[in-house]
Write a protein that binds this ligand. Structure first.
Ligand code: TXA
Ligand code: MG
Length: 318
């Protein structure tokens, strides 16, 4: 693909929406502080929320981090390029705007040919949060980016639908213990298998969350959403309100349901992740009074999907 027009935008200090395998990113060259500031403006995101820096290979980690534990290279050998971001001590050359007031940087190698080509041809890493308004649903198509951020218009690179569909897993190390700050495309079981060591999950909201994805309200559709493990019961309770239902494997029927989508008829957690934001966006567009989403089995990517649903919901009903 000829990316020269987008490279020009990035070089001139503009933001460009880029495809990755997880979700679309709102990218800026890390060499332009003006462009990095535009990410925060465009997303209406507080400066205290740090950005992920996208590099083209794990070989670049040691350039942007002052120390890279051996465990990171073990994980990178298995999962990079892929949906995992590493929180590491930041090199002094990095703009503080990328770090949100912290001394660490999040580094990731995206598994998308266009993203990798763009980083290589630009010759500098690309900082990118997800390409959505602050706290809104993440975008997994160029069309969803355009709907959320119409002002980007001709600065959205269409790389097709994101293959993974949920964000990267964010992992750091505290006294050599692997700590997951955000669940995502690589599960803690996969990480434990590589490291032969238990991982700690610290994803709950605290005073100053390490990762914005830790804040409770996040990944939210416009429509108030309820997450439930007994769909039919909650649908009965909410009727006669107009309902849009997101179920895991099977449809349910009720006269109040005006729209309905299934994450994975075969019960695949990967397919469910692939469909999650896409189908939530469709249900949101149907303008129901409520979205009712089904809680998934907490296995594999199910845990990450449930985490996004829980954070996007007004209520979780068990
Ligand atoms: O899959 C993804 O990670 C996507 C694509 C575009 O790469 N990006 C993404 O970015 O989800 P964003 O900004 O929506 O979420 C980035 C997460 C945030 O929770 C942020 O706080 C965390 O990464 N993060 C970034 N830098 C960090 C740091 N230095 N320490 C701790 N967490 C950090
Ligand atoms: Mg995000």
């Amino acid at each position: 693909m000829d990316l020269s027009a987008y490279i020009q935008w990035l070089r001139s200090g503009e933001v460009v929406a880029i495809p990755t395998e997880t979700v679309y990113g709102l990218g800026a060259s890390i060499a332009s502080e003006a462009a990095i500031l535009k990410i925060f403006e465009t997303k209406q995101r507080p400066l205290s929320n740090p950005l992920i820096v996208h590099v083209d290979s794990p070989d670049a980690f040691s350039k942007y981090a002052t120390a890279v534990p051996e465990a990171v290279y073990q994980l990178a050998a298995k999962f990079c390029p892929g949906p995992i971001s590493f929180v590491l001590p930041a090199a002094p050359s990095l703009s503080p705007l990328l770090l949100g007031g912290q001394t660490t940087v999040a580094l990731r190698v995206p598994n998308h040919p266009i993203a990798l080509q763009l980083i290589r041809e630009l010759g500098t890493p690309i900082a990118a949060p997800s390409a959505n308004r602050y706290k809104g649903l993440s975008a997994t198509t160029a069309h969803a980016v355009a709907l959320a951020m119409p002002e980007l218009k001709d600065r959205i690179i269409d790389g097709g639908r994101c293959s993974a569909g949920v964000e990267s897993t964010i992992i750091g190390f505290e006294q050599n213990t692997p700590v997951i700050y955000r669940m995502g495309g690589i599960t803690n079981v996969q990480i434990e298998e590589v490291l032969n060591q238990p991982v700690v999950y610290k994803g709950h909201a605290t005073g100053n969350p390490k990762a914005p994805g830790m804040q409770l309200r996040h990944y939210a559709p416009e429509t108030p959403m309820v997450v439930a493990n007994q769909l039919a019961q909650v649908v009965n309770q909410l009727a006669p309100a107009k309902l849009a239902v997101l179920s895991f494997r099977q449809t349910i029927s009720h006269p109040s349901i005006i729209a309905q989508e299934i994450l994975s008829p075969s019960g695949s957690d990967q397919e469910a992740a692939f469909q999650l934001y896409h189908l939530l966006g469709k249900l949101d567009a149907a303008q129901p009074d409520f979205i009712v989403a089904e809680w998934l089995p907490e296995q594999g990517l199910g845990a990450a999907i449930n985490d996004k649903l829980r954070r996007g919901a007004e209520r979780v009903i068990f």
